[in-house]
Write a protein that binds this ligand. Structure first.
Ligand SMILES: [Zn+2]
Ligand SMILES: [Zn+2]
Length: 217
């Protein structure tokens, strides 16, 4: 937890452009309960801190973990300051059973949430299409900071899910978000890991993510 918030602090104080905590992407816990391997919701706490301690006006949270980030979505479902784009395996087939197209936020926050459920067996092609949608959504959100949960459990080899991203596909997702951070919010990008149950491929994916982040001039 501490490292995720330290990363946020460094970015917000201008001491770092990007930060990455591979352990930071626990996204299922709710405000008052644990869920899905998560006691606390690191991602949601980082968002809340950005809003409350740093007075950020708009946060964009992008989640490419194969599981839907339910704790983050419902924690900010009515908050128009928090834009959420979540690409995941459909809740029809996978835990936690949420994250459908019609879940777009409510009240003033209507339209600030984008859920893109994919079908079992979907891979890079479907991911690429989803990323195009995320790109336009992000430009509309025009955020002050982007948080990315880059769970690697959508990779072809993952034993818990049924998506089939290649390493190139997963890396492309990180590249797209990294470019959006430079285009929209002076590079402010806080990246967290998340799920990933094939250890070797998860390690490869996250090293690739780091390579993307250190590739910028
Ligand atoms: Zn997951
Ligand atoms: Zn960069």
């Amino acid at each position: 937890m501490g490292s995720t918030l330290l990363g946020l602090d460094k970015i917000m104080r201008g001491e770092a452009l990007h930060a990455f905590n591979p352990m930071g992407g626990l996204h299922h816990a709710r405000r008052r309960s644990a869920g899905g391997f998560c006691v606390y919701n690191y991602a949601a706490i980082a968002i809340a801190k950005a809003l409350e301690d740093y007075g950020v006006e708009r946060v964009l949270y992008i989640d490419i973990d194969a599981h839907h980030g339910d704790g983050v979505l419902y924690g900010f479902y009515e908050d128009p300051r928090v834009y959420i784009a979540d690409i995941h395996e459909s809740g029809r087939y996978l835990y936690p059973g949420t994250g459908f197209r019609e879940e777009i936020g409510s009240g003033e926050a209507r339209g600030t949430k984008l859920n893109i459920p994919l079908n079992p067996g979907d891979g890079d092609e479907e991911l690429r299409e989803a990323l195009d949608e995320v790109r336009s959504f992000a430009r509309k959100a025009n955020p002050d900071i982007i948080l990315l949960q880059c769970g690697a459990d959508g990779l072809f080899s993952d034993p818990l899910t049924h998506l089939r991203y290649s390493h190139d596909g997963h890396r492309l997702a990180v590249q797209v978000v990294h470019e959006l951070a430079h285009e929209l919010c002076q590079g402010r990008l806080l990246v967290m890991g998340g799920g990933g149950y094939n250890r070797r491929d998860t390690a490869v994916a996250w090293v690739n993510a780091i390579r993307v982040m250190i590739s910028c001039k």
